[in-house]
Ligand binder design. Structure first.
Ligand code: FAD
Length: 420
Protein backbone atom coordinates (compact mmCIF):
# COMPACT_ATOMS: atom_id res chain seq x y z
CA UNK A 1 0.00 0.00 0.00
CA UNK A 2 1.26 3.51 -0.71
CA UNK A 3 2.52 5.63 2.14
CA UNK A 4 -0.14 8.32 2.14
CA UNK A 5 0.61 10.11 5.39
CA UNK A 6 3.75 11.08 7.25
CA UNK A 7 2.77 11.92 10.80
CA UNK A 8 5.40 13.80 12.79
CA UNK A 9 7.90 11.74 14.75
CA UNK A 10 6.75 10.81 18.23
CA UNK A 11 8.83 10.14 21.29
CA UNK A 12 7.08 6.80 21.72
CA UNK A 13 4.91 4.53 19.58
CA UNK A 14 3.05 1.91 21.60
CA UNK A 15 1.89 -1.11 19.60
CA UNK A 16 -1.26 -2.42 21.33
CA UNK A 17 -3.93 -0.47 23.18
CA UNK A 18 -5.05 -2.91 25.86
CA UNK A 19 -4.89 -1.96 29.52
CA UNK A 20 -1.10 -2.39 29.53
CA UNK A 21 -0.35 -0.40 26.37
CA UNK A 22 -2.69 2.41 27.34
CA UNK A 23 -1.31 2.61 30.88
CA UNK A 24 2.18 2.95 29.38
CA UNK A 25 0.95 5.55 26.90
CA UNK A 26 -0.85 7.62 29.54
CA UNK A 27 2.12 7.65 31.93
CA UNK A 28 4.43 8.63 29.08
CA UNK A 29 2.10 11.37 27.84
CA UNK A 30 1.60 12.67 31.37
CA UNK A 31 5.39 12.87 31.69
CA UNK A 32 5.48 15.16 28.65
CA UNK A 33 6.39 12.66 25.92
CA UNK A 34 4.54 12.56 22.61
CA UNK A 35 2.87 9.18 22.17
CA UNK A 36 0.98 7.30 19.48
CA UNK A 37 -0.86 4.08 20.26
CA UNK A 38 -1.52 1.78 17.31
CA UNK A 39 -4.35 -0.72 17.71
CA UNK A 40 -7.15 -1.70 15.30
CA UNK A 41 -9.40 -2.61 18.23
CA UNK A 42 -8.22 -0.94 21.46
CA UNK A 43 -9.47 -2.74 24.55
CA UNK A 44 -10.84 -5.74 22.69
CA UNK A 45 -8.11 -8.20 23.75
CA UNK A 46 -7.70 -9.90 27.11
CA UNK A 47 -8.52 -6.61 28.82
CA UNK A 48 -12.13 -6.99 27.67
CA UNK A 49 -12.58 -10.33 29.45
CA UNK A 50 -10.71 -9.47 32.65
CA UNK A 51 -12.73 -9.57 35.84
CA UNK A 52 -10.57 -6.87 37.39
CA UNK A 53 -9.44 -8.59 40.55
CA UNK A 54 -6.33 -6.88 41.95
CA UNK A 55 -5.57 -9.97 43.94
CA UNK A 56 -1.91 -10.00 44.96
CA UNK A 57 -2.60 -12.28 47.93
CA UNK A 58 -5.21 -14.63 46.50
CA UNK A 59 -3.17 -15.11 43.32
CA UNK A 60 -0.07 -16.23 45.24
CA UNK A 61 0.75 -19.77 44.20
CA UNK A 62 3.41 -22.37 44.90
CA UNK A 63 6.58 -21.87 42.85
CA UNK A 64 5.67 -18.27 41.99
CA UNK A 65 7.47 -16.26 44.67
CA UNK A 66 8.84 -13.67 42.21
CA UNK A 67 5.37 -13.18 40.75
CA UNK A 68 3.90 -12.76 44.24
CA UNK A 69 6.48 -10.02 45.00
CA UNK A 70 5.69 -8.33 41.71
CA UNK A 71 1.95 -8.53 42.31
CA UNK A 72 2.32 -7.00 45.77
CA UNK A 73 4.38 -4.11 44.41
CA UNK A 74 1.75 -3.62 41.68
CA UNK A 75 -1.16 -3.70 44.11
CA UNK A 76 0.48 -0.92 46.12
CA UNK A 77 0.40 1.29 42.99
CA UNK A 78 -3.30 0.94 42.25
CA UNK A 79 -4.84 3.44 44.68
CA UNK A 80 -2.66 6.35 43.48
CA UNK A 81 -2.91 5.19 39.85
CA UNK A 82 -6.73 5.13 40.05
CA UNK A 83 -6.85 8.54 41.75
CA UNK A 84 -4.47 10.08 39.19
CA UNK A 85 -6.35 8.53 36.31
CA UNK A 86 -9.69 9.78 37.63
CA UNK A 87 -8.28 13.30 37.97
CA UNK A 88 -6.72 13.23 34.49
CA UNK A 89 -9.72 11.74 32.72
CA UNK A 90 -12.61 13.29 34.63
CA UNK A 91 -14.06 9.79 35.06
CA UNK A 92 -14.55 7.77 38.21
CA UNK A 93 -12.17 4.83 38.58
CA UNK A 94 -13.60 3.26 41.75
CA UNK A 95 -11.80 0.48 43.57
CA UNK A 96 -13.76 -2.20 45.36
CA UNK A 97 -12.18 -2.12 48.82
CA UNK A 98 -14.38 -4.53 50.76
CA UNK A 99 -11.74 -7.24 50.43
CA UNK A 100 -12.28 -10.75 49.21
CA UNK A 101 -13.60 -13.93 50.73
CA UNK A 102 -11.94 -17.20 49.79
CA UNK A 103 -14.43 -19.98 50.35
CA UNK A 104 -14.34 -23.77 50.29
CA UNK A 105 -17.32 -25.82 49.16
CA UNK A 106 -16.45 -29.18 50.72
CA UNK A 107 -13.84 -30.75 52.98
CA UNK A 108 -11.36 -31.33 50.16
CA UNK A 109 -11.76 -27.72 49.07
CA UNK A 110 -11.06 -26.65 52.65
CA UNK A 111 -7.84 -28.64 52.60
CA UNK A 112 -6.83 -26.75 49.42
CA UNK A 113 -7.72 -23.44 51.05
CA UNK A 114 -5.62 -24.25 54.12
CA UNK A 115 -2.64 -25.10 51.92
CA UNK A 116 -2.97 -21.66 50.33
CA UNK A 117 -3.26 -20.01 53.76
CA UNK A 118 -0.10 -21.79 54.91
CA UNK A 119 1.69 -20.41 51.84
CA UNK A 120 0.44 -16.91 52.71
CA UNK A 121 1.84 -17.28 56.23
CA UNK A 122 5.19 -18.50 54.93
CA UNK A 123 5.44 -15.53 52.56
CA UNK A 124 4.10 -12.95 55.02
CA UNK A 125 0.88 -12.30 53.06
CA UNK A 126 -2.13 -11.10 55.08
CA UNK A 127 -5.04 -13.57 55.16
CA UNK A 128 -7.08 -15.09 57.96
CA UNK A 129 -9.17 -18.25 58.21
CA UNK A 130 -12.71 -17.64 59.43
CA UNK A 131 -15.69 -19.92 59.90
CA UNK A 132 -18.33 -20.36 57.21
CA UNK A 133 -20.82 -18.69 59.57
CA UNK A 134 -18.53 -15.68 59.97
CA UNK A 135 -18.10 -15.49 56.20
CA UNK A 136 -21.89 -15.44 55.80
CA UNK A 137 -22.19 -12.69 58.41
CA UNK A 138 -19.78 -10.60 56.33
CA UNK A 139 -21.41 -11.54 53.03
CA UNK A 140 -25.05 -12.63 53.45
CA UNK A 141 -25.30 -13.73 49.81
CA UNK A 142 -22.99 -16.70 50.36
CA UNK A 143 -24.71 -20.06 50.05
CA UNK A 144 -25.66 -22.25 53.02
CA UNK A 145 -23.31 -25.10 52.17
CA UNK A 146 -19.70 -24.07 52.74
CA UNK A 147 -16.98 -26.02 54.53
CA UNK A 148 -14.88 -23.01 55.49
CA UNK A 149 -13.58 -19.63 54.43
CA UNK A 150 -10.82 -17.05 54.74
CA UNK A 151 -10.76 -13.31 54.43
CA UNK A 152 -8.20 -11.30 52.49
CA UNK A 153 -8.78 -7.66 53.41
CA UNK A 154 -6.07 -6.23 51.16
CA UNK A 155 -7.13 -7.58 47.75
CA UNK A 156 -8.94 -4.92 45.69
CA UNK A 157 -10.89 -4.98 42.43
CA UNK A 158 -11.55 -2.52 39.60
CA UNK A 159 -13.72 -2.46 36.49
CA UNK A 160 -11.09 -2.97 33.74
CA UNK A 161 -13.38 -1.61 31.03
CA UNK A 162 -13.99 1.53 33.06
CA UNK A 163 -10.26 1.91 33.68
CA UNK A 164 -9.53 1.38 29.98
CA UNK A 165 -12.11 3.99 28.95
CA UNK A 166 -10.59 6.41 31.48
CA UNK A 167 -7.13 5.81 29.98
CA UNK A 168 -8.44 6.62 26.49
CA UNK A 169 -10.04 9.79 27.86
CA UNK A 170 -6.91 10.77 29.80
CA UNK A 171 -4.76 10.38 26.68
CA UNK A 172 -7.21 12.54 24.81
CA UNK A 173 -7.08 15.20 27.51
CA UNK A 174 -3.29 15.04 27.52
CA UNK A 175 -3.35 15.72 23.81
CA UNK A 176 -5.98 18.44 24.05
CA UNK A 177 -7.85 17.36 20.92
CA UNK A 178 -10.68 14.97 20.10
CA UNK A 179 -9.77 11.32 19.58
CA UNK A 180 -9.08 10.58 15.93
CA UNK A 181 -8.28 14.19 14.94
CA UNK A 182 -5.26 14.55 12.62
CA UNK A 183 -1.89 14.37 14.35
CA UNK A 184 -0.23 17.72 14.92
CA UNK A 185 2.88 16.78 16.84
CA UNK A 186 1.54 18.32 20.03
CA UNK A 187 2.41 16.81 23.37
CA UNK A 188 0.18 14.04 24.62
CA UNK A 189 -1.24 10.85 23.26
CA UNK A 190 -3.12 9.73 20.21
CA UNK A 191 -4.81 6.42 19.48
CA UNK A 192 -4.64 5.37 15.83
CA UNK A 193 -6.97 2.52 14.93
CA UNK A 194 -4.57 0.61 12.70
CA UNK A 195 -2.53 -2.53 13.17
CA UNK A 196 1.26 -2.48 13.15
CA UNK A 197 2.73 -4.68 10.42
CA UNK A 198 6.45 -3.89 10.40
CA UNK A 199 9.20 -2.39 12.51
CA UNK A 200 11.74 -0.28 10.64
CA UNK A 201 15.38 -0.25 11.67
CA UNK A 202 18.13 2.26 10.98
CA UNK A 203 21.41 1.12 9.39
CA UNK A 204 22.81 0.78 12.92
CA UNK A 205 19.99 -1.63 13.84
CA UNK A 206 17.97 0.73 16.04
CA UNK A 207 14.18 0.42 15.78
CA UNK A 208 13.13 3.85 14.49
CA UNK A 209 9.59 3.51 13.11
CA UNK A 210 6.47 1.37 12.91
CA UNK A 211 4.55 0.84 9.69
CA UNK A 212 0.81 0.30 10.00
CA UNK A 213 -1.58 -1.66 7.80
CA UNK A 214 -2.76 1.52 6.06
CA UNK A 215 0.78 2.11 4.81
CA UNK A 216 1.58 4.90 7.25
CA UNK A 217 5.05 5.20 8.75
CA UNK A 218 5.15 6.26 12.40
CA UNK A 219 8.64 7.48 13.28
CA UNK A 220 9.47 7.00 16.95
CA UNK A 221 12.23 7.67 19.44
CA UNK A 222 11.26 4.33 20.99
CA UNK A 223 8.72 1.60 20.28
CA UNK A 224 6.91 -0.32 23.02
CA UNK A 225 5.36 -3.69 22.14
CA UNK A 226 2.18 -4.20 24.19
CA UNK A 227 0.48 -6.70 21.93
CA UNK A 228 -0.89 -9.04 24.61
CA UNK A 229 -1.26 -12.63 23.46
CA UNK A 230 -1.17 -11.76 19.76
CA UNK A 231 1.76 -13.36 17.98
CA UNK A 232 4.53 -10.82 17.39
CA UNK A 233 6.34 -13.07 14.91
CA UNK A 234 5.94 -10.91 11.81
CA UNK A 235 6.79 -7.73 13.69
CA UNK A 236 9.98 -9.28 15.01
CA UNK A 237 11.16 -10.58 11.60
CA UNK A 238 14.79 -9.65 11.21
CA UNK A 239 15.30 -9.32 14.96
CA UNK A 240 16.37 -12.85 15.95
CA UNK A 241 18.02 -11.50 19.10
CA UNK A 242 14.58 -10.47 20.45
CA UNK A 243 12.75 -13.40 22.01
CA UNK A 244 9.39 -12.71 23.62
CA UNK A 245 7.86 -16.14 24.29
CA UNK A 246 4.20 -15.40 24.96
CA UNK A 247 1.51 -18.01 24.41
CA UNK A 248 -2.28 -17.60 24.51
CA UNK A 249 -4.19 -19.29 27.34
CA UNK A 250 -7.87 -19.01 26.66
CA UNK A 251 -10.38 -18.06 29.33
CA UNK A 252 -14.06 -17.18 29.51
CA UNK A 253 -15.78 -14.72 31.84
CA UNK A 254 -19.52 -14.15 32.17
CA UNK A 255 -21.19 -10.81 32.89
CA UNK A 256 -24.46 -10.78 34.74
CA UNK A 257 -26.90 -8.01 35.51
CA UNK A 258 -27.80 -8.37 39.19
CA UNK A 259 -30.77 -6.47 40.54
CA UNK A 260 -31.26 -5.10 44.07
CA UNK A 261 -31.87 -8.65 45.32
CA UNK A 262 -28.19 -9.52 44.96
CA UNK A 263 -26.23 -6.63 46.48
CA UNK A 264 -22.98 -8.61 46.72
CA UNK A 265 -20.21 -6.48 48.32
CA UNK A 266 -17.16 -8.79 48.33
CA UNK A 267 -15.15 -10.59 45.71
CA UNK A 268 -15.92 -14.26 46.35
CA UNK A 269 -13.31 -16.78 45.22
CA UNK A 270 -13.37 -20.43 45.90
CA UNK A 271 -13.06 -23.99 44.79
CA UNK A 272 -16.04 -26.23 44.23
CA UNK A 273 -14.95 -29.88 44.30
CA UNK A 274 -11.49 -28.75 43.21
CA UNK A 275 -12.62 -26.40 40.45
CA UNK A 276 -11.67 -22.74 40.90
CA UNK A 277 -14.35 -20.09 40.36
CA UNK A 278 -14.81 -16.43 41.30
CA UNK A 279 -17.67 -13.96 41.51
CA UNK A 280 -16.69 -10.28 41.27
CA UNK A 281 -19.26 -7.53 41.96
CA UNK A 282 -19.07 -3.92 40.82
CA UNK A 283 -20.47 -1.00 42.80
CA UNK A 284 -24.23 -0.50 42.33
CA UNK A 285 -25.01 1.38 39.14
CA UNK A 286 -21.75 0.48 37.39
CA UNK A 287 -20.46 -2.05 34.89
CA UNK A 288 -21.89 -3.64 31.77
CA UNK A 289 -24.84 -5.13 33.64
CA UNK A 290 -25.93 -1.86 35.19
CA UNK A 291 -28.05 -0.84 32.22
CA UNK A 292 -31.22 -2.06 33.86
CA UNK A 293 -31.29 0.58 36.60
CA UNK A 294 -29.40 2.43 39.30
CA UNK A 295 -29.67 -0.41 41.83
CA UNK A 296 -28.37 -2.93 39.36
CA UNK A 297 -24.73 -3.94 39.24
CA UNK A 298 -22.47 -6.00 37.06
CA UNK A 299 -21.31 -9.29 38.45
CA UNK A 300 -18.48 -11.10 36.69
CA UNK A 301 -18.14 -14.85 36.98
CA UNK A 302 -14.92 -16.52 35.85
CA UNK A 303 -12.94 -18.08 34.55
CA UNK A 304 -12.13 -21.10 32.44
CA UNK A 305 -8.49 -21.88 31.59
CA UNK A 306 -7.48 -23.70 28.42
CA UNK A 307 -4.07 -24.05 26.80
CA UNK A 308 -5.13 -22.75 23.42
CA UNK A 309 -5.56 -19.59 21.36
CA UNK A 310 -8.46 -17.19 21.52
CA UNK A 311 -10.92 -18.47 18.90
CA UNK A 312 -13.70 -16.26 20.32
CA UNK A 313 -15.88 -19.35 20.84
CA UNK A 314 -17.72 -19.72 24.13
CA UNK A 315 -18.03 -23.48 24.66
CA UNK A 316 -21.34 -24.40 26.29
CA UNK A 317 -19.59 -26.76 28.70
CA UNK A 318 -17.33 -24.01 30.02
CA UNK A 319 -20.22 -21.59 30.48
CA UNK A 320 -22.31 -24.28 32.19
CA UNK A 321 -19.49 -25.22 34.59
CA UNK A 322 -18.86 -21.60 35.57
CA UNK A 323 -22.54 -20.98 36.32
CA UNK A 324 -22.93 -24.28 38.18
CA UNK A 325 -19.92 -23.62 40.42
CA UNK A 326 -20.67 -19.94 40.95
CA UNK A 327 -24.23 -20.66 42.09
CA UNK A 328 -22.91 -23.26 44.51
CA UNK A 329 -21.12 -20.38 46.29
CA UNK A 330 -23.58 -17.53 45.61
CA UNK A 331 -27.02 -19.06 44.90
CA UNK A 332 -28.58 -15.65 44.20
CA UNK A 333 -26.96 -15.46 40.80
CA UNK A 334 -29.82 -17.69 39.62
CA UNK A 335 -31.94 -14.54 39.54
CA UNK A 336 -29.41 -12.41 37.65
CA UNK A 337 -29.56 -11.93 33.87
CA UNK A 338 -26.70 -13.29 31.79
CA UNK A 339 -25.73 -10.34 29.58
CA UNK A 340 -22.37 -11.32 28.11
CA UNK A 341 -20.09 -14.28 27.58
CA UNK A 342 -16.53 -13.16 26.82
CA UNK A 343 -13.82 -15.54 25.60
CA UNK A 344 -10.30 -14.08 25.26
CA UNK A 345 -6.71 -15.26 25.73
CA UNK A 346 -4.35 -14.41 28.58
CA UNK A 347 -0.83 -13.58 27.37
CA UNK A 348 1.31 -16.09 29.28
CA UNK A 349 5.11 -16.59 29.45
CA UNK A 350 6.97 -19.82 30.36
CA UNK A 351 7.64 -18.59 33.93
CA UNK A 352 4.34 -16.69 34.34
CA UNK A 353 6.24 -13.41 34.78
CA UNK A 354 5.74 -10.60 32.26
CA UNK A 355 8.40 -9.23 29.93
CA UNK A 356 8.88 -5.55 30.78
CA UNK A 357 11.61 -3.19 29.64
CA UNK A 358 14.31 -2.82 26.98
CA UNK A 359 14.80 -5.74 24.60
CA UNK A 360 18.01 -6.78 22.86
CA UNK A 361 17.10 -4.45 19.95
CA UNK A 362 17.99 -0.79 20.61
CA UNK A 363 14.85 1.38 20.58
CA UNK A 364 12.48 -1.53 21.24
CA UNK A 365 10.87 -2.15 24.64
CA UNK A 366 8.51 -4.93 25.71
CA UNK A 367 5.40 -4.76 27.89
CA UNK A 368 3.87 -8.19 27.22
CA UNK A 369 3.12 -11.52 28.90
CA UNK A 370 1.10 -10.30 31.86
CA UNK A 371 -0.78 -13.58 32.10
CA UNK A 372 -3.64 -13.79 34.56
CA UNK A 373 -2.70 -10.51 36.34
CA UNK A 374 -2.35 -7.88 33.63
CA UNK A 375 -4.88 -5.47 35.09
CA UNK A 376 -3.17 -5.67 38.47
CA UNK A 377 0.26 -5.22 36.87
CA UNK A 378 -0.57 -2.39 34.44
CA UNK A 379 0.35 0.60 36.68
CA UNK A 380 3.67 -0.91 37.78
CA UNK A 381 4.49 -1.91 34.20
CA UNK A 382 3.70 1.61 33.01
CA UNK A 383 6.01 3.16 35.60
CA UNK A 384 8.78 0.70 34.78
CA UNK A 385 8.54 1.37 31.04
CA UNK A 386 8.47 5.11 31.63
CA UNK A 387 11.57 4.84 33.80
CA UNK A 388 13.33 2.92 31.01
CA UNK A 389 12.18 5.41 28.36
CA UNK A 390 13.42 8.38 30.33
CA UNK A 391 16.40 6.65 31.91
CA UNK A 392 15.08 7.55 35.31
CA UNK A 393 14.90 5.52 38.46
CA UNK A 394 11.30 5.21 39.56
CA UNK A 395 11.11 7.90 42.23
CA UNK A 396 8.01 6.57 44.01
CA UNK A 397 9.37 3.32 45.36
CA UNK A 398 12.79 2.38 44.05
CA UNK A 399 13.34 -0.37 46.64
CA UNK A 400 10.85 -3.26 46.62
CA UNK A 401 9.40 -2.42 43.21
CA UNK A 402 12.80 -2.30 41.53
CA UNK A 403 13.75 -5.62 43.11
CA UNK A 404 10.46 -7.20 42.00
CA UNK A 405 10.79 -5.80 38.48
CA UNK A 406 14.23 -7.34 38.04
CA UNK A 407 12.46 -10.67 37.45
CA UNK A 408 10.64 -9.24 34.41
CA UNK A 409 13.75 -8.51 32.33
CA UNK A 410 12.89 -9.39 28.70
CA UNK A 411 16.49 -10.52 28.15
CA UNK A 412 16.03 -13.54 30.42
CA UNK A 413 14.81 -15.75 27.56
CA UNK A 414 17.20 -14.30 25.00
CA UNK A 415 20.15 -15.29 27.17
CA UNK A 416 18.95 -18.47 28.82
CA UNK A 417 17.89 -20.35 25.73
CA UNK A 418 14.57 -21.53 24.44
CA UNK A 419 11.48 -21.52 26.64
CA UNK A 420 9.62 -24.69 27.46
C1 FAD B 1 -10.87 -14.62 31.28
C2 FAD B 1 -9.83 -13.69 31.81
C3 FAD B 1 -9.96 -13.14 33.08
C4 FAD B 1 -8.98 -12.29 33.60
N1 FAD B 1 -9.13 -11.71 34.83
C5 FAD B 1 -8.16 -10.89 35.32
C6 FAD B 1 -8.30 -10.26 36.59
O1 FAD B 1 -9.30 -10.45 37.30
N2 FAD B 1 -7.29 -9.44 37.04
C7 FAD B 1 -6.16 -9.20 36.30
O2 FAD B 1 -5.28 -8.49 36.75
N3 FAD B 1 -6.02 -9.77 35.07
C8 FAD B 1 -6.98 -10.60 34.58
N4 FAD B 1 -6.83 -11.18 33.35
C9 FAD B 1 -5.58 -10.96 32.62
C10 FAD B 1 -5.62 -9.63 31.88
O3 FAD B 1 -6.82 -9.52 31.17
C11 FAD B 1 -4.45 -9.53 30.91
O4 FAD B 1 -3.24 -9.89 31.53
C12 FAD B 1 -4.35 -8.10 30.40
O5 FAD B 1 -5.58 -7.69 29.88
C13 FAD B 1 -3.27 -7.99 29.37
O6 FAD B 1 -3.37 -6.69 28.84
P1 FAD B 1 -2.60 -6.31 27.50
O7 FAD B 1 -2.85 -4.87 27.26
O8 FAD B 1 -1.19 -6.81 27.60
O9 FAD B 1 -3.27 -7.25 26.40
P2 FAD B 1 -4.63 -7.08 25.61
O10 FAD B 1 -5.72 -6.54 26.43
O11 FAD B 1 -4.86 -8.40 24.94
O12 FAD B 1 -4.29 -5.97 24.53
C14 FAD B 1 -3.39 -6.21 23.48
C15 FAD B 1 -3.82 -5.31 22.35
O13 FAD B 1 -2.82 -5.38 21.34
C16 FAD B 1 -3.48 -5.21 20.11
N5 FAD B 1 -2.57 -5.72 19.06
C17 FAD B 1 -2.12 -6.98 18.89
N6 FAD B 1 -1.32 -7.04 17.82
C18 FAD B 1 -1.25 -5.77 17.30
C19 FAD B 1 -0.61 -5.18 16.18
N7 FAD B 1 0.18 -5.90 15.35
N8 FAD B 1 -0.78 -3.87 15.95
C20 FAD B 1 -1.56 -3.11 16.78
N9 FAD B 1 -2.20 -3.62 17.83
C21 FAD B 1 -2.06 -4.93 18.09
C22 FAD B 1 -4.77 -6.00 20.25
O14 FAD B 1 -5.77 -5.53 19.35
C23 FAD B 1 -5.13 -5.71 21.70
O15 FAD B 1 -6.06 -4.64 21.84
C24 FAD B 1 -7.83 -11.99 32.82
C25 FAD B 1 -7.73 -12.51 31.52
C26 FAD B 1 -8.72 -13.33 31.01
C27 FAD B 1 -8.60 -13.86 29.60
Amino acid sequence: MPTSARPPARDVVVVGGGIVGLAVAWRAAAAGLTVTVLDPAPGDGASRAAAGMLAAVNEADFGERDLARLNLAAAARWPSFAAGLAAASGRDVPLLRAGSLAVAYDADDLALLRRALALHRAWGLASEEISAADARRREPYLGPRLAGAAVVEGDLAVDPRGAHAALVAALDVARGAPLGAPLDGAAGGTVVRQGAVRLERSPTGRVVAVHDDAGTRHAAGAVVLATGATATGALLDGLPQVRLPVRPVKGITLRLDAGPGLALEHVVRGTVQGRPVYVVPRAAGTGAGAGSGPNHREIVVGATTEERPDDRRAEAGGVFALLRDARALVPGIDEAALVEVTPRARPVTPDNLPLVGPTAAPGLLAAVGHGRNGVLLAPLTADAVLAALTDLTDPTDPGPAAAALAATDPLRFATRGAPA
